[in-house]
Design a binder for this molecule. Structure first.
Ligand SMILES: [Mg+2]
Length: 185
């Protein structure tokens, strides 16, 4: 298994259903926030996200946030949800991810981590021993650093889709991006 290659891909977080997690034996799900669940500019969870999280919890799947962003952002976002969370997580370092899923009763075998960045989220998942779920970023930055990172990701994704030709293609983008574009018009 490559450290950088995801185990699963979806084009949006809500495409991953409770039955998918059940089928795959995933009992603990760690979630990145920014660009995975909401764009940076969205301070609070929307109804779709709240309902998706509730559906997972109702299935007995433990859910927690693991973010490199700061406490004020993460605590505001999590305010009404009240889920377990770690901010300033220093991803891709695995220490906080591991501590978080262990505190929820998860093991390497029963935990997955969903995020939008290969070199942060996928790598963190694998360094902690968990499985990695990759989604496309909702609203990508266009600065040089991000463009370079996306260029590096391309080769990894090319190899991934060669091996997994029927997996949902994150290179097609996130449908939430289109919704935001539509609402800006
Ligand atoms: Mg992110």
């Amino acid at each position: 298994m490559s450290l950088f290659s995801p185990d699963y891909t979806f084009c949006a977080y809500f495409h991953a259903t409770p039955s998918f997690f059940r089928q795959e034996g995933i009992e603990v799900l760690l979630l990145d926030i920014d660009n995975t669940l909401a764009p940076y500019e969205q301070p609070l969870p929307d109804l779709r996200l709240t309902e998706w999280l509730e559906a997972l919890l109702a299935e007995g799947i433990q859910v927690a946030f693991l973010s490199n962003n700061h406490g004020d952002r993460v605590e505001l976002f999590n305010g009404t949800l009240g889920l377990p969370c770690r901010y300033d997580a220093h991803k891709p370092l695995a220490r906080r991810a591991k501590a978080l899923f262990t505190s929820l009763g998860g093991t390497k075998r029963t935990t997955a981590f969903m995020g939008d960045q290969i070199f942060t989220d996928v790598l963190c998942a694998h360094l902690s021993g968990a499985r990695a779920i990759l989604v496309p970023p909702i609203w990508d930055k266009r600065d040089r650093g991000t463009r370079f990172k996306r260029w590096l990701e391309k080769g990894i994704l090319r190899r991934y889709y060669k091996k997994n030709p029927t997996a949902p293609d994150v290179r097609e983008g996130n449908p939430i991006t289109e919704e935001i574009r539509g609402s800006l018009k």
